[in-house]
Design a protein around this ligand. Structure first.
Ligand code: THU
Length: 127
Protein backbone atom coordinates (compact mmCIF):
# COMPACT_ATOMS: atom_id res chain seq x y z
CA UNK A 1 0.00 0.00 0.00
CA UNK A 2 1.39 3.45 -0.92
CA UNK A 3 1.83 6.29 1.55
CA UNK A 4 -1.15 8.05 0.00
CA UNK A 5 -3.35 4.95 0.22
CA UNK A 6 -2.39 4.49 3.88
CA UNK A 7 -3.26 8.11 4.61
CA UNK A 8 -6.65 7.70 2.95
CA UNK A 9 -7.29 4.59 5.04
CA UNK A 10 -6.56 6.60 8.21
CA UNK A 11 -9.00 9.30 7.09
CA UNK A 12 -11.64 6.63 6.34
CA UNK A 13 -11.15 5.24 9.86
CA UNK A 14 -11.33 8.70 11.48
CA UNK A 15 -14.54 9.41 9.57
CA UNK A 16 -16.23 6.55 11.44
CA UNK A 17 -15.94 8.64 14.62
CA UNK A 18 -17.76 11.61 13.10
CA UNK A 19 -20.29 13.33 15.33
CA UNK A 20 -22.59 14.78 12.69
CA UNK A 21 -26.23 14.23 13.75
CA UNK A 22 -27.33 17.55 12.21
CA UNK A 23 -25.88 17.26 8.74
CA UNK A 24 -25.53 13.47 8.56
CA UNK A 25 -22.41 14.23 6.55
CA UNK A 26 -19.40 12.49 8.10
CA UNK A 27 -15.94 13.64 7.06
CA UNK A 28 -12.54 12.19 7.93
CA UNK A 29 -9.09 13.72 7.60
CA UNK A 30 -5.53 12.52 8.08
CA UNK A 31 -2.60 14.93 8.13
CA UNK A 32 0.88 13.56 7.53
CA UNK A 33 3.73 15.39 9.22
CA UNK A 34 7.19 15.59 7.65
CA UNK A 35 8.40 13.46 10.59
CA UNK A 36 6.13 10.61 9.46
CA UNK A 37 3.54 11.03 12.21
CA UNK A 38 -0.12 11.21 11.26
CA UNK A 39 -2.83 13.29 12.93
CA UNK A 40 -6.43 12.37 12.24
CA UNK A 41 -9.63 14.33 12.62
CA UNK A 42 -13.33 14.11 12.03
CA UNK A 43 -16.10 16.68 12.02
CA UNK A 44 -17.66 17.41 15.40
CA UNK A 45 -20.99 19.20 15.27
CA UNK A 46 -22.93 21.01 17.98
CA UNK A 47 -26.54 21.94 18.58
CA UNK A 48 -25.42 25.54 19.02
CA UNK A 49 -24.98 27.04 15.56
CA UNK A 50 -21.41 28.00 14.81
CA UNK A 51 -19.70 25.64 17.20
CA UNK A 52 -19.24 22.78 14.76
CA UNK A 53 -15.76 22.12 13.45
CA UNK A 54 -14.54 20.42 10.29
CA UNK A 55 -12.45 17.26 10.17
CA UNK A 56 -9.45 19.00 8.60
CA UNK A 57 -9.17 21.63 11.32
CA UNK A 58 -9.49 19.01 14.06
CA UNK A 59 -6.53 17.14 12.52
CA UNK A 60 -4.54 20.36 12.06
CA UNK A 61 -5.18 21.67 15.57
CA UNK A 62 -4.35 18.31 17.14
CA UNK A 63 -0.99 18.40 15.36
CA UNK A 64 -0.25 22.05 16.15
CA UNK A 65 -1.16 21.57 19.80
CA UNK A 66 1.34 18.72 19.99
CA UNK A 67 4.09 20.97 18.68
CA UNK A 68 4.19 19.76 15.06
CA UNK A 69 4.80 22.42 12.45
CA UNK A 70 5.88 20.71 9.22
CA UNK A 71 3.35 18.88 7.12
CA UNK A 72 3.54 16.92 3.92
CA UNK A 73 0.03 16.02 2.84
CA UNK A 74 -3.55 15.79 4.03
CA UNK A 75 -6.16 13.25 2.99
CA UNK A 76 -9.82 14.15 3.32
CA UNK A 77 -12.68 11.68 2.83
CA UNK A 78 -16.41 12.19 2.54
CA UNK A 79 -19.24 10.85 0.42
CA UNK A 80 -18.39 13.03 -2.58
CA UNK A 81 -16.48 11.49 -5.45
CA UNK A 82 -13.56 13.74 -4.46
CA UNK A 83 -13.93 15.32 -1.03
CA UNK A 84 -13.03 19.02 -1.14
CA UNK A 85 -11.90 20.99 1.93
CA UNK A 86 -14.05 24.03 2.70
CA UNK A 87 -12.70 27.55 2.33
CA UNK A 88 -12.18 28.05 6.07
CA UNK A 89 -10.07 24.89 6.29
CA UNK A 90 -8.03 25.93 3.27
CA UNK A 91 -7.17 29.20 5.01
CA UNK A 92 -6.37 27.47 8.32
CA UNK A 93 -4.09 24.98 6.56
CA UNK A 94 -2.40 27.73 4.51
CA UNK A 95 -1.18 29.41 7.70
CA UNK A 96 0.92 26.37 8.63
CA UNK A 97 1.48 24.41 5.45
CA UNK A 98 1.42 26.49 2.25
CA UNK A 99 3.13 23.70 0.31
CA UNK A 100 0.68 21.03 1.46
CA UNK A 101 -0.57 18.41 -0.95
CA UNK A 102 -4.28 17.67 -0.56
CA UNK A 103 -5.60 14.19 -1.30
CA UNK A 104 -9.29 14.54 -2.09
CA UNK A 105 -10.73 11.07 -1.66
CA UNK A 106 -13.86 9.03 -1.19
CA UNK A 107 -14.49 6.03 1.09
CA UNK A 108 -13.74 3.59 -1.73
CA UNK A 109 -10.22 4.97 -1.99
CA UNK A 110 -10.67 6.85 -5.25
CA UNK A 111 -8.71 10.10 -5.09
CA UNK A 112 -7.31 13.15 -6.80
CA UNK A 113 -4.32 15.18 -5.57
CA UNK A 114 -4.09 18.94 -5.68
CA UNK A 115 -1.79 21.58 -4.16
CA UNK A 116 -3.26 23.72 -1.40
CA UNK A 117 -1.97 26.79 -3.23
CA UNK A 118 -4.10 25.98 -6.24
CA UNK A 119 -7.15 25.46 -4.01
CA UNK A 120 -6.61 28.86 -2.35
CA UNK A 121 -5.00 31.34 -4.73
CA UNK A 122 -4.31 34.83 -3.34
CA UNK A 123 -4.64 33.58 0.25
CA UNK A 124 -4.76 36.13 3.01
CA UNK A 125 -1.63 36.56 5.11
CA UNK A 126 -0.37 39.25 7.46
CA UNK A 127 3.02 39.78 5.76
N1 THU B 1 -17.18 19.52 6.81
C1 THU B 1 -15.91 19.10 7.09
O1 THU B 1 -15.66 18.38 8.07
N2 THU B 1 -14.92 19.47 6.23
C2 THU B 1 -15.11 20.26 5.13
O2 THU B 1 -14.14 20.63 4.48
C3 THU B 1 -16.46 20.64 4.72
C4 THU B 1 -17.54 20.34 5.68
C5 THU B 1 -18.24 19.13 7.74
C6 THU B 1 -18.83 20.27 8.50
C7 THU B 1 -20.21 19.75 8.85
O3 THU B 1 -20.10 18.96 10.03
C8 THU B 1 -20.54 18.82 7.69
O4 THU B 1 -19.31 18.56 7.03
C9 THU B 1 -21.53 19.41 6.70
O5 THU B 1 -21.15 20.66 6.29
Amino acid sequence: MSEIEMLIQKAVKARKNSYSPYSNYPVGAALLGSDGNTYTGTNVENGVNGLSICAERVALFKAISEGKRDFKRLAVVCEDEYCKPCGACRQALMEHAPDLEIIMANPEGKYKTVDLKSLLPHAFNLD
